[in-house]
Design a protein around this ligand. Structure first.
Ligand code: NAD
Ligand code: TYD
Length: 361
């Protein structure tokens, strides 16, 4: 499908990737979407693009150099937007191997194939080609309450196997720019939420648990802080960086919307009290239960977005409470999607992560 604006997206059946692909195609672009369809990768996220002439979903592995090379030479993308990753911190604690394989080996494979493809392009196409690596704020480690937010020059201090694997991939991206001149861009975004997020992450997990009348497992004292960004704002930032970011640069993305986990879970309960009142009297907050903490749990993330605001004129559009309402409404309206993701593998994860926590209480 050669098209002026064809890009290769990796991980485009996942949460951020599918929201990005839907936006890209809606805005007239074409996307070749390479996704292994792991537990978090779900073709149902792309159902509205079924048979769309400008979207091609390929089930495959970013560690497969031959496949990546074939896709690049066949579809001749103007850019790669690299979202594919293993992404859940708790899973990375219980089973880190796949994080090393996909996040490090996979990013290396993609970079190496991108370099060969980029070198084969004509000079003008070489000048405009971009490799955009979607990374995370978690590479910077954890902040105390009074410390300034992470900026692009904050030192790396990854604490979880997930964060360490993303940090390693960032360094490979940096090296491919510095050594070979590959026109790379790296983004470091804070916690996202919104439609199509797999319910292993805090916000959708809590929504589903309320709907099922199950307890709401709050790790530790519930006072860990995250800066929550609506996924559409993350996607608009990726578009801004892709269009106008300077090769070799990194850009932090966030919302200045710091909330404790307790505040987030309470806000979800308030919304569901209003939109889906329980059969028994009282707030869903009574389902909240403190459970043993995540090992090495980062206390606080906060993002300084001065660079992307000043350089690329980007800013988030959706305030947290509006985005959270939209998200809760989306999950209420999409029960078929929820049923589809609640597979045996999902139930096994809930038993593994939370069964063990309950046992340790
Ligand atoms: P996700 O887990 O929902 O999706 C990841 C996707 O990658 C899935 O579709 C999965 O099938 C695919 N994938 C995994 N291994 C693969 C492989 N070997 N080959 C091809 N595809 C593979 O994750 P997400 O939340 O959409 O995150 C996407 C990217 O954004 C990640 O790189 C993550 O680090 C970054 N990010 C996410 C957030 C967030 O809050 N969700 C915040 C900052 C950065
Ligand atoms: P998560 O959504 O896993 O994102 P991350 O760890 O990448 O920030 O978790 C967000 C916060 O919510 C984090 O502080 C851990 C906490 N949390 C819980 O308290 N209970 C849960 O069941 C989950 C999944 C997360």
């Amino acid at each position: 499908m050669p098209h002026q604006k064809t890009i290769l997206v990796t991980g485009g059946a996942g949460f951020v990737g599918s929201n990005f692909v839907l936006r890209w195609v809606r805005e007239g672009g074409s996307a070749v979407n390479l996704d292994l369809q792991t537990i978090a990768g779900n073709p149902a996220n792309l159902a509205s693009l079924a048979d769309h002439p400008r979207h091609l979903l390929i089930r495959g592995d970013i560690c497969d150099a031959e496949l990546v090379s074939h896709l690049l030479r066949k579809h001749r993308p103007i850019a790669i937007v690299h979202c594919a990753a293993e992404t859940h911190v708790d899973r990375s604690i219980l089973a880190p191997e796949e994080f090393i394989r996909t996040n490090i080996q996979g990013t290396f494979t993609l970079l190496d194939q991108a370099k060969a493809y980029w070198a084969s392009l004509e000079e003008s196409a070489r000048g405009t080609f971009r490799f955009l690596h979607v990374s995370t704020d978690e590479v910077y480690g954890s902040l105390g309450t009074d410390q300034p937010a992470f900026s692009e020059i904050s030192p790396y201090a990854p604490n979880s196997p997930y964060a360490a694997s993303k940090a390693a991939s960032d360094h490979l991206v940096r090296a491919y720019h510095h050594t070979y001149g590959l026109p790379t861009l790296t983004t470091h975004c804070s916690n996202n939420y919104g439609p199509f997020q797999f319910p292993e992450k805090l916000i959708p997990l809590m929504i589903l648990h309320v709907l099922e009348g199950k307890s709401l497992p709050v790790y530790g004292d519930g006072l860990n802080i995250r800066d929550w960004l609506y996924v559409e704002d993350h996607c608009s930032a990726i578009c801004a960086v892709l269009a106008h970011g300077r090769p070799g640069e990194t850009y932090n993305i966030g919302n200045g919307s710091e909330h404790t986990n307790l505040a987030v879970v309470s806000a979800i309960c308030d919304l569901l009290d209003e939109l889906r009142p329980g059969k028994t009297i009282g707030s869903h907050k009574k389902l909240m239960q403190f459970v043993p903490d995540r090992p090495g749990h980062d206390r606080r993330y906060a993002i300084d977005t001065t660079k992307i605001q000043k350089e690329l004129n980007w800013q988030p559009m959706i305030p947290f409470h509006e985005g959270l309402r939209r998200t809760v409404e989306w999950y209420l309206e999409n029960s078929a999607w929820i049923e589809n993701v609640r597979s045996g593998a999902y139930r096994d994860w809930i038993c593994l992560n939370y069964g063990e926590r309950a046992a340790r209480k």
